[in-house]
Write a protein that binds this ligand. Structure first.
Ligand SMILES: Cc1cc2nc3c(=O)[nH]c(=O)nc-3n(C[C@H](O)[C@H](O)[C@H](O)COP(=O)(O)O)c2cc1C
Length: 168
């Protein structure tokens, strides 16, 4: 397997903690972690295997550091790249916009030719609407550390196990 570039944006640290746990689950030597707040967006282009992680803020908006990087990411070509997503959100307080930021990143990268992997079932969550749901599944791993922190480690283990076979 080629090296995986894991890029995350995190305001209060939850997505960063999840990013570290995902890297550990995939095998620390397989993954390079990048905080998008400190990384030029074109760095994404140096990987064929990419994981993008974001929390959702405001009302269904991208995390701030991703928002700042978005216009540059829109100009990158993802043809031939394998991309997976994870998100942090709050399903009870933001039931109509749960994980929307993961959906925004997905829409951006999907449009630019990426091969998307790592869909995740919606069973086990309670919410009304999400921009991150496509064909009845989340387009990536949905984590809710505000309400279900005890489920996060097992969700990460299971998702990472699936991903290992899907990257190039
Ligand atoms: C002011 C505020 C707005 C939020 N807006 C949303 C939202 O629209 N949708 C959602 O799913 N979660 C929302 N959340 C929950 C955060 O995404 C969640 O707390 C997340 O774990 C934060 O991750 P971070 O520390 O990596 O930024 C919001 C939280 C706060 C405090």
């Amino acid at each position: 397997m080629k090296k995986i570039g894991l890029f995350y944006g995190s305001t209060t640290g939850n997505t960063e903690t999840a990013a570290t746990a995902i890297a550990a689950a995939l095998g620390i030597g397989n993954v390079t972690l990048h905080d998008i707040a400190e990384t030029p967006p074109e760095t994404l282009s140096s990987y064929d295997n990419i994981i993008l992680g974001t929390s959702t803020w405001g009302f269904g908006e991208l995390q701030d550091d991703w928002q700042n990087a978005l216009s540059e990411i829109e100009n990158l070509d993802f043809t031939g790249k394998t991309v997976a997503f994870f998100g942090l959100g709050n399903q009870y307080s933001y039931s109509d916009v749960f994980q929307d930021a993961m959906g925004i990143l997905y829409e951006t990268v999907h449009k630019k030719g990426a091969d998307i992997v790592g869909a995740w079932p919606t069973a086990g969550y309670e919410f009304d609407e999400s921009r991150a749901v496509v064909n009845d599944n989340f387009i990536g791993l949905a984590l809710d550390n505000d309400n279900q922190p005890d489920r996060t480690p097992q969700r990460i283990e299971q998702w990472a196990g699936q991903l290992k076979n899907l990257f190039q």
